[in-house]
Design a protein around this ligand. Structure first.
Ligand SMILES: Cc1cc2nc3c(=O)[nH]c(=O)nc-3n(C[C@H](O)[C@H](O)[C@H](O)COP(=O)(O)O)c2cc1C
Length: 177
């Protein structure tokens, strides 16, 4: 699939078929996350692949009752190993780079999943402590996104986007491109 088709065709999917994910597909999706850029190539990415229903339910409840999380056959919890980046970049690495790095990995995985015919949704509304406990994250590991993954059982319409002219500035703010 063309990269632009993936970027423009991907939608947040919140209804999933129970069909299992092919292991080879899952590996390709996780590897797409691993291929993302990271500050200084520190690679703070840590991925928890959840298939156990009990853990999925804990994640759904940590995400304030977003029950669709538990309905996906696989849920990936995208985490940052904060220490890995902070060691090199200190406060900026801890507060910014490791978050940007995991965000880049998250969208890479979502686009790869879409290209393979799977649906995903980036879930960011959750209690971080509850998610950390659900996945038994050790100290220094921050869960930053929950990504349910499965064959889509819905085909959402594209939500509106702010027109390009409104967000692009010519050289400096105040001048339109
Ligand atoms: C950082 C972030 C957090 C999000 N958190 C949630 C969430 O907790 N629950 C949810 O259903 N969708 C969540 N979304 C998905 C957005 O609602 C969705 O991307 C947006 O409405 C645009 O729709 P699209 O993904 O189909 O283009 C989140 C997306 C991002 C990038």
């Amino acid at each position: 699939m063309d990269v632009f088709d993936a970027i423009n065709g991907r939608r947040s999917v919140r209804e999933f078929k129970p069909d299992p994910i092919e292991e080879d597909d899952l590996r390709r999706i996780l590897n797409a996350g691993r291929a993302a850029p990271s500050a200084g190539n520190c690679q703070p990415l840590e991925l928890v692949v959840v298939k156990e229903q009990t853990v999925k339910r804990l994640l759904a409840s940590a995400a304030y009752g977003q029950t669709f999380i538990a309905e996906a056959p696989v849920v990936v919890v995208v985490c940052a190993n904060v220490v890995r980046t902070a060691r090199r970049y200190g406060k900026r690495g801890e507060e910014l780079y490791c978050i940007q790095d995991t965000a880049a990995a998250t969208i890479n995985m979502m686009l790869a999943a879409y290209a393979l015919g799977y649906g995903t949704c980036w879930v960011g509304a959750f209690d971080e402590g509850d998610v950390a406990r659900a996945i038994r994250a050790p100290a220094g590991i921050r869960p930053l996104a929950i990504v349910p993954l499965g064959r889509p059982a819905e085909k959402p319409a594209p939500p509106p986007r702010i027109p390009l002219e409104k967000i692009v500035h010519k050289n400096v703010f105040g001048q339109r491109a």
